[in-house]
Ligand binder design. Structure first.
Ligand SMILES: [Zn+2]
Length: 121
């Protein structure tokens, strides 16, 4: 994933989500990024700064919610940690191959608008 393009997409979506309040600057935009989405959060935040720089949303913060992959054993049905250290790991309890769950998130979660003083939120 190219972080600059993604940051631009997030920005467009956030402005759209701001809807009728779109005249006010964005305060904070929260996104969920999964471990398997191939997005580097620090690069995304850097790209975000470049996207909003100079505009009326220059002060808008990008908040990244990191969603790690969870491994689980289909036989034991339990989560067994989130390490992606090796592929096809075996369950430490029963020896079955473990499956992965989650980690593919790439979602816009929340958009907060900078309200001028005196306007109830
Ligand atoms: Zn097991």
């Amino acid at each position: 994933v190219h972080e600059t393009g993604l940051a631009l997409e997030i920005y467009r979506a956030a402005r759209q989500a701001a809807g009728s309040e779109g005249g006010f600057p964005l305060a904070k935009v929260s996104v969920a990024i999964g471990e398997l989405s191939a997005v580097e959060p620090s690069l995304l935040e850097f790209a975000w700064q470049a996207v909003v720089a100079g505009g009326k949303d220059a002060a808008a913060q990008l908040e990244v919610e990191w969603c790690p992959v969870t491994r689980y054993c289909p036989r034991c049905g339990e989560g067994k940690g989130s390490s992606l250290g090796s592929w096809l790991p075996l369950c430490p309890d029963c020896g079955d191959p473990m499956l992965v769950k989650g980690g593919e998130e790439l979602d816009l979660l929340r958009v907060t608008i900078e309200m001028p003083d005196g306007v109830p939120t």
